[in-house]
Design a protein around this ligand. Sequence first.
Ligand code: MN
Length: 249
Amino acid sequence: MRVLLTNDDGYFAAGISVLRRVLSRNPDLDVVVVAPDREQSGSSHALTLHRPLRFDEVEPGVYKVDGTPTDCVLLATRGGLPEPPEAVVSGINAGANMGDDVTYSGTVAAAMEGTLLGLPSLAVSLVGGTHFETAAEIAAKLLSEACTKGLPRETLLNVNVPDCSRDRLKGVRVTRQSKRTYHDEVIAKRDPRGRAYFWIAGDTPTWVASDDSDYAAVMSGFVSVTPLHLDLTHHAAIEALADWNLELP
Ligand code: MN
């Protein structure tokens, strides 16, 4: 099976190279990397529409694209590679993608793009920056499950792995998205020419986490597997809007 690896940290990142090495141990997998040529964290599901994109081979089986994670998946699937991929694994991101953060995540968005293109897709994040090997082994297992059992329609798996060695993991939990309380700080300063600039900094978030949430699972030493649906409709809200006056003004 042809598996496309991508990320939002860049093709040179530790997470994607460990993922490639671990998945390549399986002789049934034909692993190819197509990833951004630079850090694209926080790029969400952005698509580059107003300039050409370059698709350059760095070494056999590794390509870099001067675009977003979503560009990478789209190009790889629609003509960039000699043969299109049959599954997508995005990551391993250096840092968690849980709760409301999934809406900013380029890692998750690349898996969304794979899902939109009809491919079984996983987004894998390490809640830290050390034990990528652990997360890669989890990714290999979940990829195999996703490809044998199949995923529900328009659904991707968002996987967050505690940053510890394999033997310290407690297990795997299927979870729901938690709620993050933002304390993001925007720092305002002046550049050497006296003009104001702003820098979005963001400090340690606090979480409103129910026991079945992604955050709670990771904090108790479990791998969190959250099925995410691309239909963002809040179905209960359709009913809540039923008594609005929606006659044209
Ligand atoms: Mn990232």
